[in-house]
Design a protein around this ligand. Structure first.
Ligand code: SF4
Length: 515
C-alpha cells in the first residue's frame, strides 16, 4: 500500500467527524427556517433546523455558541443576493469557498440538487455586513464571488474543520435587484424548501473513509497521443480544427478541446473543402479515407496504433480468404472502422448466440479479431464459443484487447475486492470505462460510472467506508483528483493505491505534427 496522493485534509486537522453525530442545519431567518422545516416534514426522522439570526453580528454570536455543540457536520441554508447577471431568482448557489472556509463537497451537492430538478451552481460566497447595491455587486462579482449574504462565513467558521456546506437560494440579482425582492424572495424560499431533503441526504453521506486508487488508471498512450495531435494542430493552424467524431470518448476532454477551437463533426460533409481534419483515436474505415481524399481534405490520423494493428489483421485475414469473426459491440466507432476494412469477409459477433448463427463461407477458414476495449472475461466467453464451433480457427498474432484495457480491468478487480463500492471516472460512451464498471459488478462490488464529482449520488455513500476509485483510459487524471477532493468535503479521506502493474508505453506522433 502506498500513499501516492496527498490527503486533501489531514485526519488531525479534521477532528474525525463521527457519522453518529448529528447535522447542524442552520438558517438565519425565521422564514428561511420555516421553509426548510416544510421541506423536511414528510421525511422519516426529519432534521431539526436551528435559527441563527439575521446579520453578521448575530451570526458571529451564534457561531460562538454552536462551536461548542457536539455536531458531526454543518449545513447553512438561506437566501442571498446573486452577483452574476446569469443567475435568476430561485437559483441555488452551493458555496465552494465561503469567506475563508472551503466547502469541498460543493460539486457533489450541486449535482444532487440538479438531479432533484433544481437550478444549482457552485461558486464562491462572500459575507458582508450590509445590503449590497448595484455598484458593489459588480465589484464583488469582479473579485470572483457569485453570491453575497450576511451570515454564512462566520457560521461556517464554527465548523472548525468538520464537513460544512452552504446552500443559498438567490432572492435578487443584478437584473432583479432588491426592488423585486418580494417575488424573488418567494422564488428563493420555494427553492430552499425543495432543497431541504438534500441536506438530510448530505448528512447521511458524511463520514470518515478510505479511498483505494486502482493503478494503472486514466489516460492510455493512444489517448494521450490523440489529444496531443489535436493540441499541436491547434497550435500550428489555429482554430477551427475539425475532428471527425469525438477525438476520445470523454466529455471533459472534448469540452476542453472545443473551448480551445476544436470542432467535432459526425461526418466529413460537415468539414469545409480543403480544410484539415483529424481522425479520432477509434479509427475510420477505408471509405472515410477515400472520401477525405476525394474532397481534398488534409488528413491527420490520430487512430491509435493498436486499433490500426487490428485493421491490418482484418485486411490480412480477408486477403488470405478467411471469414473474420469480429468480437465487439455493434455501433461502436472502432468496430465500424474495422468492419469497413473487409466488409464482405467480416461478421460481427457479440454473443455466443451470434457465434451459433454464423454462416462463414468455409468453416475451415475462420479467424477472429476483437475490439480493443472489450471486457477480457466477456471476450473470452465469445472466443471460447468460436473455438468450439471452429476448432481450426486462426487467432490474431497478439491480443487485440489492448494493454491499457487489460491493465485497468486487472487493477480495478483488485480494488473492488477491498471496497464497498467503486467509482469509475469516465463517460457513458466510453467502452473501456463501461467495461470497468462491469468488471466490478462481476466481482460482486457495486460500481458507478461518473463523468465527475457532480455525478456522485449521496445515497450511494451512506454507510460506505471504503471507496475504490479508477478512471477509464479516456478520462483525465485531473478528474480523479477532483473526485477525491469532493469526497474529502464529506469527511476525512485517507488515500492509498493498489498498483497491479506499471505502464511505460508511448506512441510516436504522425509526421504532420512531429516537429
Ligand atoms: S484504450 Fe487501447 S486501443 Fe484504445 S486508445 Fe488506448 S491504447 Fe489505444
Amino acid at each position: 500500500m502506498t500513499d501516492t496522493i496527498p490527503r486533501p485534509r489531514d485526519d488531525e486537522e479534521l477532528g474525525h467527524p463521527d457519522p453518529g453525530e448529528p447535522l447542524l442545519l442552520c438558517a438565519p431567518l425565521r422564514i428561511e427556517a420555516r421553509a426548510l422545516r416544510r421541506g423536511l416534514r414528510d421525511l422519516a426522522d426529519p432534521l431539526d433546523v436551528i435559527r441563527t439570526g439575521y446579520g453578521t453580528r448575530r451570526a458571529a454570536q451564534a457561531a460562538d455558541r454552536l462551536s461548542h455543540d457536539p455536531f458531526g457536520q454543518m449545513m447553512i441554508m438561506g437566501v442571498g443576493g446573486g452577483l452574476s447577471a446569469d443567475l435568476s431568482p430561485g437559483d441555488l448557489v452551493v458555496g465552494t469557498d465561503v469567506g475563508a472556509v472551503t466547502c469541498a463537497s460543493a460539486p457533489i451537492l450541486a449535482g444532487e440538487l440538479r438531479r432533484a430538478g433544481l437550478a444549482a451552481r457552485t461558486g464562491r460566497i462572500t459575507t458582508v455586513d450590509h445590503l449590497v447595491r448595484r455598484a458593489e455587486r459588480a465589484k464583488l462579482a469582479a473579485e470572483g464571488w457569485l453570491l453575497a449574504d450576511m451570515e454564512s462565513a462566520p457560521l461556517a467558521a464554527a465548523a472548525h474543520g468538520r464537513p460544512v456546506a452552504v446552500i443559498r437560494a438567490v432572492s435578487d440579482t443584478p437584473d432583479h435587484p432588491l426592488a423585486g425582492i418580494v417575488s424573488g424572495g418567494l422564488a428563493a424560499l420555494r427553492s430552499l424548501r425543495a432543497a431541504a431533503p438534500v441536506a438530510q441526504r448530505w448528512a447521511a453521506a458524511c463520514g470518515t473513509r478510505q479511498v483505494l486508487l486502482a493503478g494503472p488508471r486514466s489516460f492510455c498512450a493512444g489517448v494521450e497521443r490523440a489529444i496531443e495531435i489535436v493540441e499541436r494542430v491547434l497550435e500550428r493552424q489555429g482554430a477551427p480544427v475539425y475532428v471527425r467524431k469525438q477525438i476520445v470518448h470523454n466529455t471533459r476532454v472534448v469540452g476542453d478541446l472545443e473551448s480551445r477551437g476544436a470542432v467535432f463533426v459526425d461526418e466529413l460533409d460537415q468539414v469545409p473543402d480543403g480544410a484539415t481534419v483529424v481522425f479520432s483515436a477509434h479509427g475510420v474505415s477505408p471509405a472515410v479515407r477515400e472520401e477525405a481524399a476525394r474532397r481534398g481534405l488534409a488528413v491527420i490520423d490520430a487512430t491509435c496504433p493498436l486499433v490500426s494493428k487490428v485493421h491490418a489483421e482484418a485486411r490480412r485475414f480477408a486477403a488470405d480468404g478467411y471469414t473474420v469473426a469480429l468480437i465487439g459491440h455493434a455501433g461502436h466507432e472502432e468496430v465500424e472502422g474495422t468492419l469497413g476494412e473487409a466488409p464482405d469477409s467480416t461478421i460481427l459477433v457479440q454473443t455466443a448466440a451470434d457465434v451459433a448463427a454464423m454462416q462463414p463461407r468455409d468453416g475451415e477458414r475462420v479467424a477472429y479479431l476483437m475490439q480493443t476495449t472489450l471486457s477480457v472475461d466477456e471476450a473470452a466467453e465469445v472466443s471460447g464459443a468460436l473455438r468450439e464451433r471452429f476448432p481450426a480457427m486462426r487467432a490474431p498474432g497478439s491480443d487485440d484487447i489492448c494493454y491499457a484495457t487489460t491493465n485497468r480491468q486487472a487493477a480495478v478487480r483488485a480494488v473492488a475486492a477491498e471496497s464497498d463500492l467503486v467509482l469509475v471516472a469516465g463517460s457513458k460512451n466510453s467502452s473501456n470505462s463501461v467495461r470497468l464498471v462491469e468488471t466490478c459488478e462481476r466481482a460482486g462490488t457495486p460500481a458507478y460510472l461518473i463523468d465527475g464529482a457532480e455525478d456522485i449520488q449521496l445515497d450511494w455513500l451512506a454507510g460506505v467506508s471504503t471507496i475504490g476509485l479508477t478512471a477509464g483510459a479516456s478520462a483525465p487524471p485531473a478528474v480523479v483528483e477532483e473526485i477525491i477532493s469532493a469526497l474529502s468535503g464529506l469527511g476525512a479521506v485517507s488515500v492509498s493505491e493498489r498498483v497491479t502493474t506499471t505502464e511505460s508505453i508511448r506512441f510516436g506522433l504522425p509526421k504532420e505534427v512531429r516537429q
